[in-house]
Design a protein around this ligand. Structure first.
Ligand code: FES
Length: 273
């Protein structure tokens, strides 16, 4: 993967929904983006909006929602993992085959994979944050170990996308180990393997902060895919600013993937949804 981002074409494109399948607590939405770039980078994201009925009771349109893609196929098919947690995500979750989906992207800067010490990578995903970890693990193949954490067994069904190759932790022990995924990471980094890997993580802010601290203590390089409210997705609204050691950045254009070493903390005002 090169460190330069894949640029989004100007303007939004109308994609068509090809499938929308339940995956435990999530939906896996597939849309064909006929005119879009075929080579998004894991960690880049798209702004999504339903073409029809994208509004509340008073039909005021919602802002598009930002989603990291989970998989991109060479024929323009894009897959997104989503959980219906509010009116916008509920509308996306109910899209049917053949419906239109406005999308803009790919946006932002994704994961860089050239700096894995010894070529090893540990990927850490939490909840809906497993989406960019999936395409990254596809790209890295057997150079990556995957650690996934979920709230429950219903959420952990998303681990099936990884083909059984991931270690799983759940809060309630209903799938995998009853543990936080950061405990799995700590054990992996302390297992005596002298070839320390590079860590790549996406998940809720407390998980990312724990990953940042664990890696900082051990001097392990880490990249974190951060989330914040994104209104425009291309640098215009400043709704996604995040504090770093070098000042404020806009996550939609300077991230969403940042080096953990650039952050004092991943728990900043506005982090997450
Ligand atoms: Fe508007 Fe980042 S989402 S500046």
């Amino acid at each position: 993967m090169s460190d330069s981002r894949t640029q989004a074409p100007f303007g939004r494109r109308l994609a068509r929904i090809e499938s929308n399948d339940r995956l435990g607590a999530y939906r896996l939405l597939a849309a064909r983006d006929a005119g879009g770039p075929r080579d998004p980078q894991p960690g880049q994201f798209y702004m999504l909006a339903a073409a029809e009925r994208w509004g509340g009771e008073d039909e005021r349109p919602y802002l598009p929602r930002a989603f990291s893609y989970a998989r991109a196929h060479g024929d323009g098919l894009l897959e997104f993992l989503l959980e219906a947690v509010g009116p916008g995500t509920r509308r996306l979750a109910e899209l049917a085959v053949g419906d239109g989906l406005w999308l803009t992207g790919p946006l932002g800067i994704g994961f860089r994979t050239a700096d894995g010490a010894g070529g090893r990578h540990v990927l850490v995903g939490g909840g809906i944050g497993v989406a960019p970890i999936l395409c990254l693990s596809d790209e890295l193949g057997d150079r990556a170990e995957v650690l996934l954490g979920f709230r429950s067994g219903a959420h952990a069904e998303a681990a099936a996308l990884f083909g059984g190759a991931a270690a799983i932790a759940t809060d309630d022990g209903s799938a995998g180990r009853q543990a936080l995924v950061t405990e799995l990471l700590r054990e992996r980094l302390d297992d005596g393997d002298r070839r320390q890997p590079a860590v790549h993580a996406c998940g809720p802010p407390p998980m990312l902060e724990a990953v940042r601290a664990i890696c900082a203590e051990r001097d392990v390089p880490a990249q974190l895919a951060l989330e914040s409210g994104m209104a425009c997705g291309f640098g215009a609204c400043f709704g996604c600013v995040a504090p770093t050691r070098n000042g404020y950045v806009r996550l939609c254009v300077d991230g969403p993937v940042l080096d953990a070493s650039d952050l004092e903390t991943a728990l900043f005002a506005g982090a997450g949804h």
